[in-house]
Design a protein around this ligand. Structure first.
Ligand code: PLP
Length: 455
């Protein structure tokens, strides 16, 4: 079967890096799917057989034409091959109910399993009673609650930084920090595997974006050296744990390079907060570099079992972002329930290291099992355990076979990953039982052999 052309964009938008960056062009129309591939499926709900040149020309000016011509997702749904937007009916431990049946979930980012913790639910309920359902205003004006101040103090304390600021989403945090700090003559250096929110943030800023190959410290140093005579400030931005490969950033080298070239360092610890470091304080703590990293950026939407973003760093810099960042100022403030849940999660991360210990036991079980079966896990050392499949189509078929066997995973296709290197992304959480993980391994082995991914 010819490749029907997988709609990779949802993967990119939802999580992960972009390869290549240029493919993000929002104005590029989708190429229509040829009817010869799937004769039963219309390539466009818009096209009439009698369309003449005049009609086509008129449609070129219709802003909605690309949307009307976009049929890939529907076609994949019809084929049972659309992995996106699968609705979960209930969640319990390491399992979920979908379409009335129980499945082991391997793609979530609930690393410590705290989304179902009764103490977080209770804290959120109490905040709901005290503050209501929404702030209905920007932090700048009527949206600041005492709870924002409490949470920001607690975050600063937890991450050992002078100050912290919260955002209504991590994505908005990335946009806020980078657009406020990186001005016209400034240069920002990005690992190509950085999260999509960081790339969009760089595009929103007026500075220059310089990308280096994933983990290539020589390339980073070279680019900084090439720019040495240019004016402006320098900011190196890296994911702490890369969301697709599960790699940990080479922070000791990054910090050294930054020092040599007078650059600031920002780490996106979305996948590292609560996970890395003896105290769960993330990548900087893991390497003993908490003082060397200038800005720790993160989200509540993973280990902290809530929604929202944050930055911790120098008080004057945090204050600058607070007064200058449009995606912070012109949006409604983070609601109380989300903050109360995140606050409780921070307390638990501090007081109960056993959630993290159990997570790492599970990581070892799944990762060691996968590699002894012969899967290529891209050298991941974290709870993100990618399984390299390669071709897009095989990857989606892999996902579907897992799905049929009750394993909920997430395929990541280009541009979330480099072309030809599509993966099934699995991730482990503290609530997975050994039986659930063994089941995942059994199913992966059967599907991997069936599709020739392992022999
Ligand atoms: C590495 C990384 N950074 C930032 C974000 C954005 O966080 P949020 O979900 O809070 O918008 C995500 C979430 O997908 C992420 O994976």
């Amino acid at each position: 079967m010819s490749s029907p052309g997988w709609p990779g964009a949802p993967g990119r938008a939802a999580r992960g890096a972009c390869y290549p960056d240029e493919s993000q062009s929002p104005t590029r129309p989708e190429a229509p799917l040829s009817n010869s591939v799937h004769p039963s499926i219309s390539s466009s709900g818009l096209t009439h057989p009698e369309s003449d040149g005049e009609l086509r020309q008129a449609r070129e000016h219709d802003l909605f034409a690309k949307a009307h011509a976009f049929t890939r997702a529907e076609e994949l749904v019809a084929l049972g091959l659309n992995p996106y937007f699968r609705a979960i009916e209930a969640q319990h431990g390491g399992a979920v109910t979908v379409e009335g049946r129980e499945m082991v979930i391997t793609g979530s980012n609930d690393y410590l399993g705290l989304t179902q913790d009764p103490r977080l639910k209770e804290a959120a309920r109490a905040a709901l009673d005290d503050f209501g359902t929404s702030c209905t205003g920007s932090r700048f004006l009527t949206g600041t609650l005492t709870l924002h101040e409490v949470l920001e103090l607690r975050l600063a304390e937890f991450f050992r930084k002078p100050a912290a600021l919260t955002f209504s989403a991590g994505f908005l945090g990335a946009l806020s920090i980078i657009s406020a700090l990186v001005g016209r003559h400034d240069i920002v250096y990005f690992d190509r595997e950085n999260h999509a929110s960081l790339f969009d943030a760089a595009r929103l800023s007026f500075g220059t974006l310089r990308k280096y190959a994933h983990g290539d410290m020589d390339a980073l140093e070279r680019k900084l050296a090439e720019d040495s005579r240019k004016p402006g400030g320098r900011l190196i931005v890296t994911d702490g744990v890369f969301s697709m490969s599960g790699h940990v950033a080479k922070l000791p080298e990054i910090v050294e390079i930054a020092r040599r070239h007078d650059a600031r360092v920002m780490v996106d610890d979305a996948h590292a907060s609560g996970v890395l470091g003896a105290g769960g304080r993330g990548t900087a703590e893991h390497f003993g570099l908490e003082h060397e990293v200038d800005l720790i950026f993160g989200t509540f939407s993973k280990s902290l079992a809530s929604v929202g973003g944050f930055v911790a760093g120098d008080a004057k810099v945090v204050n600058w972002i607070k007064y200058k960042a449009r995606p912070f100022m012109f949006t409604a403030a983070l609601p109380a329930m989300q903050m109360a849940a995140a606050l409780k999660a921070l307390e638990i991360i501090d007081a109960e290291p056993w959630h993290r210990e159990r997570l790492w036991e599970n990581v070892r079980r799944l990762r060691d099992g996968m590699s002894s079966l012969g899967f290529d896990n891209l050298g991941s050392t974290t709870p993100i355990v990618p399984v390299l499949v390669g071709p897009d189509e095989t990857t989606v078929r892999f996902w579907r076979a897992l799905w049929d066997e009750g394993v909920f995973s997430t395929p990541a296709l280009p541009p979330s990953v480099p072309a030809g290197q599509a993966i099934v992304r699995t991730s482990v959480n503290a609530n997975h039982t050994p039986e659930q993980l063994d089941r995942v391994l059994t199913v992966f082995e059967a599907v991997g052999r069936q599709l020739g991914v392992i022999v």
